[in-house]
Design a protein around this ligand. Structure first.
Ligand SMILES: NC(=O)c1ccc[n+]([C@@H]2O[C@H](COP(=O)([O-])OP(=O)(O)OC[C@H]3O[C@@H](n4cnc5c(N)ncnc54)[C@H](O)[C@@H]3O)[C@@H](O)[C@H]2O)c1
Length: 337
């Protein structure tokens, strides 16, 4: 089969990972890199001889059969709409858009044009997240009481996106993906220490109709680098540590059981300290899995996993969280629920 000609718009800190991964995919060909910074264009020309490197979006759209948009969030809507209007399957990096209205414009344009669009919710392609989703879905963890994540490190401080819009798409997309539910209420508190009006630290809480609560701590002003998710269920608990070089998922057969028959309250709760299970999982790179899926989506072989509806849902949560953030943490009900 012919290799799909892919173009990447934006080859900055993250976009260059797309460039590198596309260049190594057997099923795709890196056809064009579009970048407005001349110094990066020069590096790209040197690293990828034979690949068209341009600052013209039109030229990039003309040279590719499918497009990855990896520019800063403020340009996602415009670039996605231009790519869709040319009929090109498009992968839009997270955050999908900076408002629900913009996310819905992209979704509407994609639907009308019949063009598949994928949102770069990278963790939905992570083998550990997919195993966790199976564990939640088949009831192995029992009823999910709550989950919490930490996505903290020192830098990269972003000038136009706060920690919520920068990190939140990951934690929110994972929570929705694992639980198969949209929250009914969102609350967020945060503080801006480095730049006025741009929160460096955000504490986000999502409440779901089932009663499950998801909490995320997000910061680029923290001494630790942590990427950790803990899921606490009535039967078992699981911890996903994405900073661990291997054995990223641990399933704890721990819990507090209530025997069916008991005499007094004190006897009614029994702590269960069971085994810890470390499943053997693929260590395939999530970005390669996401891009391989994108190639199959572009060829019409698969429906998008992180599709436009997913993109709109996550932006809806982000927008509600922003409203809560500016109202000092007052819970905001999620409209359309
Ligand atoms: N999925 C993930 O895990 C992940 C991780 C990091 C960043 N991201 C997302 O990727 C996007 C890019 O982030 P980044 O850290 O690479 O930002 P960045 O600022 O380092 O890079 C963006 C690049 O896009 C270029 N650019 C901007 N407008 C352009 C245009 N119209 N045409 C061509 N080039 C243009 C800039 O010159 C810059 O080099 C953001 O949306 C970010 O949130 C995703």
């Amino acid at each position: 089969m012919n290799r799909l000609r892919l173009g990447v718009i934006g080859a900055g800190a993250w976009g260059r990972n797309h460039v590198r991964t596309v260049a190594n995919l057997p099923e795709a060909k890196l056809a064009v890199i579009c970048e407005s910074d001349p110094a990066i264009r020069k590096q790209m020309q040197h690293a990828y001889p034979g690949v068209l490197v341009t600052d013209s979006v039109d030229q990039a759209l003309a040279a590719a059969e499918a497009i990855v948009v990896a520019t800063p969030a403020r340009s996602h809507t415009d670039l996605a709409l231009r790519s869709i209007s040319r009929g090109l399957p498009t992968l839009v990096e997270k955050p999908f858009a900076l408002s629900v209205a913009d996310a819905e414009r992209i979704a509407e344009a994609a639907t009308v044009a019949g063009v598949p669009v994928l949102v770069g919710h990278l963790l939905e392609y992570h083998p550990v997240v997919n195993r966790l989703r199976e564990l939640v879905g088949n009831g192995d963890l029992g009823q999910i009481y709550y989950l919490y994540s930490q996505r903290v490190n020192l830098g990269q401080v972003r000038p136009d996106e706060n920690a919520l819009w920068s990190f939140g798409p990951h934690d929110i997309s994972v929570a929705l993906y694992l639980l198969g539910e949209t929250p009914i209420r969102v609350a967020a508190q945060g503080r801006s220490y480095l730049q006025p009006g741009i929160e460096d630290v955000v504490f986000l809480t999502l409440t779901f109709g089932s009663g499950t609560v998801a909490h995320a701590q997000m910061s680029w002003l923290d001494p630790h680098k942590a990427r950790r998710l803990t899921v606490v269920g009535s039967r078992q608990m699981a911890v996903f540590d994405d900073m661990a070089p291997r054995e990223k998922l641990r399933i704890y057969d721990k819990g507090i059981d209530r025997p069916p028959e008991y005499r007094s309250y004190g006897e009614s709760l029994a702590i269960r300290e069971g085994d810890i299970f470390i499943p053997k999982l693929s260590n395939a790179e999530p970005l390669a899995l996401e891009l391989q899926h994108f190639v199959r989506v572009a060829r019409g072989e698969e429906a998008p996993r992180s599709d436009v509806a997913d993109g709109v849902r996550v932006v809806r949560v982000l927008e509600a969280a922003s409203r809560s953030l500016s109202a000092n943490g007052i819970p905001v009900p999620l409209e359309g629920h």
